[in-house]
Design a protein around this ligand. Structure first.
Ligand SMILES: [Zn+2]
Length: 297
């Protein structure tokens, strides 16, 4: 009996270790990308993938809606989980709906990857933010991961620039509070309010496909929405994240997963995202009409 218990303890103990001890390769040392196990290695709808317009399908959907993304979020928490910097605990509920989504999704957290996970036309970007939302049908994220439509992740890519991203800078200002190994998994509170929409001040279409989480469990439960517009960040800003510790005296130099096989999955490019152009046309038309009307009065 004791032997059975110790065998079970060993089994579950090992599972716990393997679940929490996955890691990224040290790319400076040309380390091979590790096998994370399970569906991470065997799945056929894994992420990230390379996105290329000339191999994609044209899509037109209802307007994609981001609700409350312009709200000032207070008391947002910042955590170093050893794999990324994660922001959560938003004071005002944000939702994503429309576009390719058939259901409504609630924003749960956002986190960062340095360098980008998705590539566009085989080009990598210095930073990628993931805004993770859960389908309202499911009570929590772990339940949602059991369903193909369980999650949607908005991917925001940043390009190298001399211009800083002020939203990213706000996150960097709090890195000191969480970056050390002793602070792992301990939330720090952001002192100022944070506006999620400032991470992507423009909308200019998106690319959508069906894929997975890019970290273990690698659940194939994600409708990806990668914004076409990219935003400026400085290399110095990106470097700030590379001082995040994941073990004592070990820093997370990068946290992006290798590109996965697409298996000919449909990747859909959508140009018409906000309908802002239509509003513009209407208002320009109205102004011209007013001019004409005034002239003939
Ligand atoms: Zn991510």
């Amino acid at each position: 009996m004791l032997r059975l218990f110790s065998a079970l303890f060993l089994l579950f103990g090992l599972q716990r270790i393997s679940a929490s001890h996955w890691s990224y390769p040290d790319r400076d040392l040309n380390e091979a990308f590790p096998n994370w196990g399970g569906i991470c290695d065997t799945g056929k709808r894994q992420s990230p993938i390379n996105l290329s317009k000339d191999k994609s399908l044209k899509g037109v959907f209802d307007k994609l809606k981001f609700e409350n993304f312009n709200e000032r979020q207070n008391g947002v928490t910042l955590v170093n989980n050893g794999h990324s910097i994660v922001l959560s605990n938003f004071s005002k509920q944000m939702e994503v709906k429309g576009g390719p989504l058939l259901d409504e999704y609630v924003v749960e957290q956002l986190h960062l990857h340095w360098w980008s996970e998705h590539t566009i036309n085989n080009m990598r970007y210095p930073l990628e933010v993931h805004i993770v939302s859960r389908n309202k049908r499911y009570a929590n994220v772990s339940m949602a991961t059991n369903f193909k439509e369980g999650l949607t992740v908005i991917g925001v890519l940043y390009h190298v620039s001399n211009e800083r991203s002020e939203a990213i800078e706000q996150i960097i200002e709090h890195l000191q509070d969480v970056k050390d190994y002793e602070k792992l998994d301990q939330p720090a509170h952001m002192k100022q309010s944070f506006v999620v929409r400032q991470l992507f001040p423009k909308l200019n279409g998106y690319i959508t496909y069906s894929g997975s989480l890019t970290t273990p469990s690698c659940a194939e439960a994600v409708t990806w929405i990668i914004l076409s517009e990219t935003f400026p960040v400085t290399l110095a800003q990106v470097d700030s994240f590379k001082d995040t510790h994941y073990e004592a005296n070990k820093v997370l130099k990068s946290n992006y997963r290798d590109i996965q096989k697409s298996y000919n999955r449909p990747v859909i490019f959508v140009d018409d995202v906000v309908g802002a152009a239509n509003h513009m046309q209407v208002s320009v038309g109205a102004i011209i009409f007013m001019f004409i009307a005034i002239k003939f009065m």
